[in-house]
Design a protein around this ligand. Structure first.
Ligand code: PLP
Length: 361
């Protein structure tokens, strides 16, 4: 049993995807056309934000979000030690200095207490990462940012549709960044991303920055990027976007099922939390290597998100504050298959393998 298999998901939309491919092929418009505009509108409406900007990736969405928010070289941006390296890369690409702090081991997201320790007058932004589809502690983060005039840009790559106190993540700061990488909850057939915002100035600047920096006067006052979204990806995303609530619901269903079937191993399971979109369903097991090897032997592939912290990367080390909690957690976590299409076929088999492995923990 594979840990994840995007082709199983795409298979369900095959005929729609193929007709869309033919339609776009014949449209004579391949970049930033009708499909992109339609996607930007429906996506921002879905999350609950005024403007959407289709981009090449979430890495670019974060970089462009930071730049559009006025972050400049030398500014400090605080973020989490347990994330995809893309989060740190986006800060470096913007010219700012990452300040990498520890997590709260309960939420696996950035710890507000740690943020507070490292705020100083150079701190201009915070990027909370809603890891595994669980929202970070936004109220505490918002309070800190208000007090210190710091901007929030959310990394929602793993948390499309997740809610915190009933409101979707991506709408708490001045901008939210999303990824549609093939294994994310909503996916393109390649790289794609988006930024959302309620702020018209940020929207205008982001639209300019994604297209080399060319503005309304056909001038380039601030050099930008090539981070445009293709019509094909936007067209495919429009098809899958119509189904995202259902896709997330089915992840929730299986998180619930795992809790039912593995209730005797409750201490290892992630919380059953309304508002999470279960991008990952991640156990904490004390003897991880043994657990993974045994599962593999019984025919089950597992994942780890992540087996590293940001301190594991040579060029990021100098930006890391002490991060003991992230380091501890990264040695214990292991991700079960949670993609609904994989579980639809294999759930009973997966559960029986897991029970055998967990009994040996
Ligand atoms: C996937 C991911 C990214 C990067 O997204 P890309 O679209 O690949 O640039 C950033 N942050 C987190 C938390 C991610 O999971």
């Amino acid at each position: 049993v594979k840990y994840a298999s995007p082709v199983l998901k795409f298979g369900k939309y095959k005929s729609q995807l193929i007709s869309k491919f033919v339609e776009i092929l014949q449209s004579d418009s391949y970049i930033l056309g009708n499909e992109v505009h339609k996607f930007e509108k429906s996506f921002s409406e879905l999350i609950g934000s005024k403007y959407g900007i289709g981009l090449n990736s979430c890495t670019d969405a974060l970089t462009i979000g930071l730049r559009a928010a006025g972050i400049i070289a030398g500014d400090q941006v605080i973020t989490s030690a347990l994330t995809a390296p893309a989060t740190i890369i986006s800060i470096l690409n913007s010219g700012a200095i990452p300040v990498i702090v520890d997590i709260n081991s309960e939420t696996k997201c950035i710890s507000p207490k740690e943020i507070e320790k490292y705020i100083n007058k150079e701190t201009k932004a915070i990027i909370p990462v809603h890891l595994h589809g669980f929202p970070a502690e936004m109220q505490e983060i918002i309070d800190l940012c208000k007090e210190n005039q710091i901007k929030i840009i959310e990394d929602c790559a793993q948390s499309i549709g997740a809610t915190y106190k009933g409101k979707k993540v991506g709408t708490f700061g001045i901008a939210g960044a999303f990824s549609f990488y093939p294994t994310k909850n909503l996916s393109a057939l390649g790289d794609a991303g988006a930024l959302i915002t309620d702020d018209y100035e940020i929207y205008k600047t982001a639209v300019t920055l994604r297209n080399y920096g060319i503005d309304q006067d056909w001038d380039i006052k601030i050099p930008g990027f090539n981070s445009r979204l293709d019509e094909f990806h936007a067209g495919f995303l429009n098809i899958m976007l119509a189904d995202i609530e259902n896709l997330n619901q089915r992840r929730w269903h299986y998180a619930n099922q795992y809790h039912k079937e593995l209730s005797e191993f409750n201490e290892y399971l992630p919380p059953l939390q309304e508002g999470s979109v279960y991008h990952q369903f991640s156990l904490k097991v004390p003897k991880r290597e043994k657990f993974i090897a045994q599962a593999k032997q019984l025919g089950l592939e597992l994942g780890i998100h992540y087996p590293f912290t940001m301190k594991s990367f040579t060029s990021f080390q100098k930006f890391c504050k002490p991060i003991p909690e992230a380091e501890k957690l990264s040695k214990k976590i292991v991700s079960l298959p949670i993609q609904p299409e994989v579980l639809d076929i294999n759930f009973p088999k997966i559960v029986s393998i897991l029970k055998r492995c967990l009994e040996n923990q």
